[in-house]
Design a protein around this ligand. Sequence first.
Ligand SMILES: *Cc1c(COP(=O)(O)O)cnc(C)c1O
Ligand code: SF4
Length: 444
Amino acid sequence: MFLFNERQEQIAHVVDPKASYSHWSEWKWQLDHSVKDIETFEKLTGISFEKQEKLEIEKTINKFPLLITPYYLSLIDTVNYKNDPIFKQAFPSPSELIIDAFDMEDPLHEDQDSPVPGITHRYPDRVLFLVSNACAIYCRHCTRKRKVRDINFIPSKSMIIKGIEYIEKTPRVRDVLVSGGDPFLLSDDYLDWILTRLRKIPHLEIIRIGTRIPVALPFRVTDSLVNMLKKHHPIWINTHFNHPREITPSAVESLKKLADGGFPLGNQSVLLAGINDCPHIIRKLCHMLVQHRVRPYYLYHCDFSEGLSHFRTPLGKGIEILENLIGHTSGFTVPTFVVDVPGGGGKIPLIPNYIVSWSPGRVILRNYKGTFTCYKEPENYQPIHCDSDCQKCGISSIHNNPGKYPDEGIAQLLSESNNAFAITPGEILSMDHSEQKEKRKGKQ
Ligand SMILES: *Cc1c(COP(=O)(O)O)cnc(C)c1O
Ligand code: SF4
């Protein structure tokens, strides 16, 4: 059972006088009664905006539309809404129209690193696969604002087939991140079809699904959805909770269904100014997540997408939050803080510095309490010789596909089998797929 409290009952009745619990907890009813304009928002929340304010919000909506499920709207604190984390994530702010000097339409080069529409192949062994451009709510901080709701980007069946074919003919891809938009807004049957096609690919080891459904529309997690997904294990699911207030009884119910379905659950939060840029909020969020079997995975620095500058914090805020978590709480409660750097450089993890100094044989480390320790390096360590040919390796034979993982990036500089002593930025940033393929071929 999902919760249906008094406030939600009131909202349901204003939206639809005949509504009862069975309507409220029906995901299609929620979508059919989503709030898309200021007037309906005012009617349902009792909040009213000044005329001038309304004009500005209207202007924002024209560029980045408004969409809130009655459920997510019911979580807004209508008295103190200006500081409310739910309101701020879902209700347009005229600040979104400010385009900062460094803002970009596609800061992460998801389009440039795209071998076929809908697929971004940036990392050696995994791809991002956008299968839907619909979402249950439009998050104001969305990094893919330009894609979500873009009528020029509706992943058609033929486009999805081309994406699947790309994965089929690219044996290096062992992990696909199915995202969007929200993949759970597709019908069970359609998603089943996509997952069935993906599962048939022998080299694809795992499938991941990125979704904000447990936050925005927990009722979508129906028994039939879970049963369908279970057929395609191993499936990992990543959610997107940003604030403890989003972990409601209904959200918890949806997480329980997913965890009971055997899907390892992770969470990707975005660090947002005025919403969760506080160690106490993130700690509470992470503690609540693990209580419901969700492992905090990433804490993202807010991207350089257009109109997000008012949400961006200094990088130091993320480090300060980690400093408050690492050592202070269970290791698996601490997310990795990442900044997805503009220009397609990808995710870069940032952590506080724990190495204080170094000499031949001694490393000075500090812990979370500020204690300094000397780690004495072993004197008799014999480095194993590795030329990345696992078949010939005397220590262990881990796979019979030598050359599957050629040394790349900084790892090249550490590798004994590679004579490179410098990498030039041109090579690192080159995301041209044909060129990378040629390079790889040349190495084997
Ligand atoms: C985030 C991301 C992935 C997945 O990265 P992980 O660090 O493995 O979670 C893959 N491709 C793209 C383009 C991404 O942005
Ligand atoms: S659910 Fe995800 S993709 Fe959709 S608007 Fe929110 S952040 Fe963007």
